[in-house]
Design a protein around this ligand. Structure first.
Ligand SMILES: [Zn+2]
Ligand SMILES: [Zn+2]
Length: 364
């Protein structure tokens, strides 16, 4: 029934803007694909469950905090807040977890409200390309029109499923969850503040999770007198359920993080090794070049010997230029910087083409 109303609302007459066809109206029927409807339903179910879960978490935390405050009241003020792992900090953890639950609840409810909003939902459908648009030929009776729409919808639904299966056969449940993910992504893209709230909640929860784990595995020292032991165990029970459910909720992300943590050192080690290898090779090459060059300062007095122009950069030598002579001939000389960059890519003398590195150093 709800579906039919939705479809009815989406039926609209749209002006066709193609040039030359102005003022002509085309009867169009629009409706989301079946797979979208299923994905949307799945998305809603997931977020309803999450909203209920966070609401329960919030209520439990608030109850525990209020009970403790009302029963112990002033005693808490005299508590020693020095040691980071004493139960006073467990109370801080409770407050933060409580606040997080509230924010997360608002986030999930907002998401549910957005997807239930007709305009926003239509926008999402169009953005992820799940809108069926049917142009209805003129002159159909109502009955014919309906039959035509039904046929077309069926055909296009089938086409959509085939299009989604281009990368191989995928199960229907996987397809639905893919669409649900797509819906969430698109919805958040259009709603910046909600996106920020969601990301903030996620980061805060990872912090709560880590802190909770530290608490959970920390053994309480027995020497400490613990008046509110009853509440302490209740708090720990709450903490355990939050941490456990959190691990379950983000299992995929944690596994990926774990893999990254394992492989990152290997990757870093490898790139460091690569860098060192490269550096050593460069150094060796530079030394090889150093060994094969005879360097001196250019002075105008020695013009008789060799070229007076660098064959690499075609510039005349000037007084005090740094000159390098290659082992092939005393006359084969160049700017030191020019010939060095030349030898890095080419081992032959630019003038006589003889290999600089294999020549015996008989000239020197
Ligand atoms: Zn030069
Ligand atoms: Zn030469």
């Amino acid at each position: 029934m709800q579906n039919q109303i939705d479809q009815g609302l989406l039926q609209e007459h749209e002006q066709n803007n193609v040039e030359g066809m102005e003022n002509e109206y085309v009867d169009k029927h629009k409706q989301p694909t079946q797979i979208f409807e299923m994905g949307k339903e799945y998305f809603k179910q997931c977020h309803q469950l999450l909203a209920i879960y966070t609401a329960l978490k919030f209520i439990a935390a608030i109850t525990l905090i209020t009970l403790r405050e009302t029963i112990y009241g002033d005693e808490i003020l005299q508590k020693n807040y020095h040691e980071i792992f004493n139960d006073a900090y467990l109370v801080f953890w409770m407050y933060i977890s409580c606040a997080h639950s509230l924010f997360a609840f608002i986030y999930y409810i907002q998401l549910l409200m957005k997807i239930d909003n007709e305009v926003k939902c239509t926008q999402v459908v169009e953005e992820i390309g799940q809108m069926i648009v049917i142009e209805i030929p003129e002159g159909y009776t109502n009955q014919e029109r309906e039959a035509f729409i039904n046929d077309q919808v069926q055909i296009q639904n089938q086409e959509m499923i085939q299009r989604l299966e281009i990368d191989g056969q995928i199960e229907e449940s996987r397809r639905i969850s893919l669409i649900a993910t797509e819906i969430k992504k698109t919805l958040l893209q259009n709603e910046r503040p909600l996106n920020i709230l969601g990301k903030g909640c996620f980061v805060l929860f990872q912090f709560i999770q880590l802190w909770g784990l530290i608490f959970y595995f920390h053994k309480k020292s027995t020497t400490e007198s613990n008046e509110d032991l009853k509440f302490y165990s209740l708090y720990k029970g709450y903490l355990f359920s939050v941490v456990f459910m959190g691990i379950y909720q983000y299992l995929e992300i944690y596994i990926i993080t774990l893999l990254v943590l394992i492989f990152l050192p290997i990757l870093l080690f490898y790139s460091l090794y690569d860098w060192i290898k490269n550096y050593c090779q460069k150094r060796r090459e530079r030394r090889r070049i150093d060994d094969s060059l005879k360097e001196s300062m250019y002075s105008l007095q020695e013009t008789a010997e060799g070229e007076n122009e660098c064959a690499i950069c075609m510039n005349q030598y000037e007084e005090k230029d740094k000159i390098a002579i290659l082992p092939c001939s005393n006359k084969h000389r160049f700017h030191s910087t020019c010939v060095r960059s030349w030898l890095e890519i080419n081992s032959k003398c630019p003038l006589c083409r003889s290999d600089v590195f294999t020549l015996p150093d008989e000239i020197f």
